[in-house]
Ligand binder design. Structure first.
Ligand code: NAI
Length: 344
């Protein structure tokens, strides 16, 4: 079976080639991202395999359907870039619900420590044999309050890490987990009480720009924001204003709302047109990584294995346990069958 693999990077190819070959799946690797202009590359393929910045909106889905594509295999957890509703009745959509929540949670903590202990500044100094400590004063995490928005797989793993640091953990989730030993509060209370706020909920209509000037207004002065989830959870322009006004103490961003045209590519030596990301990166208290939180050997292996299992299960049974609301659009056919809202 042939699967068109969009937005291919060398590390994807290494991970997928070996797993795919042994299962008789032929991946056709393309560097282009999936969009209306590139969808025709899937000609002759029964499936497409896509990542976070590929676009599978209604027009792309119609084009793929015309070409005879039967499945979209997301090699990631989030699926805000796929019009799952529109795919209903046309193309089956699968994702990889969990490949390493630890990879993302550990990256969130790495960003936090780097930022508040000024490691990014110290690294550059000592490479230049500048051993002065002026301007590198940080603060202890021990005893500080962290507010975690979204206590699913990644949020839970992050909560455990924070507890290990002796932090007080507050949480907000639309569907609180009664078995988790954290104190659930309202979003407003979390914003008002936390020194550090980390976002781990999905992007959907409800969570779009959940961190805007209003939310920033409610935060403590000097609050640190971490976003390893999806860029558009934060209104980047309003975050920038919060930083310029000194209300926000630091921002640790692995995702950015306009990342699709920038992240994963080398723009060194080019002029970046996006003034918001350029200004954010220029700030001494902002750290940006390029949607890197998932990138560990363990996660890449799990992603490749689960994606191939999803494709194989589809060919055998016509569906698979990681399918997103294809058959009837109802909760019972969601990946984990528990929460209809999470798909739409
Ligand atoms: P998950 O589905 O296990 O957990 C998401 C949690 O958010 C659930 O507990 C859910 O109840 C909660 N939630 C849903 N709507 C909410 C709302 N309106 N307000 C507050 N909470 C809400 O997902 P998981 O695996 O923990 O992933 C979280 C997000 O991390 C994904 O949606 C994805 O966008 C992002 N991600 C980023 C990666 C990166 O490399 N930066 C890699 C993997 C995931």
């Amino acid at each position: 079976m042939k699967v068109a693999f969009f937005d291919t990077k060398s590390y994807d190819r290494r991970a997928f080639e070996s797993v795919g070959e042994s299962e008789d799946i032929e991946f056709k690797f393309f560097e282009s991202k999936l969009n209306l202009d590139t969808a025709s590359l899937a000609f002759g393929c029964e499936g497409v395999c896509i990542f976070v910045n590929d676009t599978a909106d209604s027009q792309v889905i119609d084009k793929l359907y015309e070409l005879g594509v039967k499945l979209i295999a997301l090699r990631c957890a989030g699926y805000n870039n796929v019009d799952v509703r529109h795919a209903f009745g046309k193309i089956h959509v699968f994702h990889v619900p969990a490949y390493s929540p630890h990879a993302v949670a550990e990256h969130a903590m790495a960003l936090l420590l780097t930022s508040i202990r000024r490691i990014h500044k110290a690294y550059i100094r000592t490479r230049d044999f500048n051993f002065s400590l002026d301007g590198l004063t940080g603060f202890d995490l021990y005893g500080k309050t962290v507010g975690i928005v979204g206590t699913g797989r990644i949020g839970k793993a992050f909560a455990d890490i924070c507890k290990g640091f002796g932090m007080n953990v507050l949480a907000y989730d639309k569907y609180p987990d009664s078995e988790l030993s954290v104190r659930y509060v309202t979003l407003d209370e979390l914003l008002g009480c936390s020194e550090i706020i980390s976002l781990h909920c999905p992007l959907n209509k409800e969570t779009y720009h959940m961190i805007d000037s209003n939310a920033i207004e409610k935060m403590k002065k000097g609050a640190v924001i971490i976003n390893t989830s999806r860029g558009a959870l934060i209104d980047a322009d309003e975050l920038l204003e919060g930083i310029k006004s000194r209300k926000i103490g630091a921002a640790c961003l692995d995702v950015y709302e306009e990342e699709a045209d920038i992240f994963f590519e080398d723009f060194s030596g080019h002029i970046v047109d996006d003034d918001t990301i350029a200004r954010l990166i220029s700030m001494p208290n902002v750290i940006v990584t390029s949607h890197q939180a998932f990138l560990t050997n363990e996660a890449l292996e799990n992603i490749a294995e689960t994606t191939v299992e999803n494709i194989k299960a589809f060919y055998k049974n016509g569906t698979c346990k990681n399918e997103l609301c294809y058959r009837c659009g109802k909760a019972s056919h969601c990946g984990d069958g528990s929460r209809p809202e999470k798909c739409f």
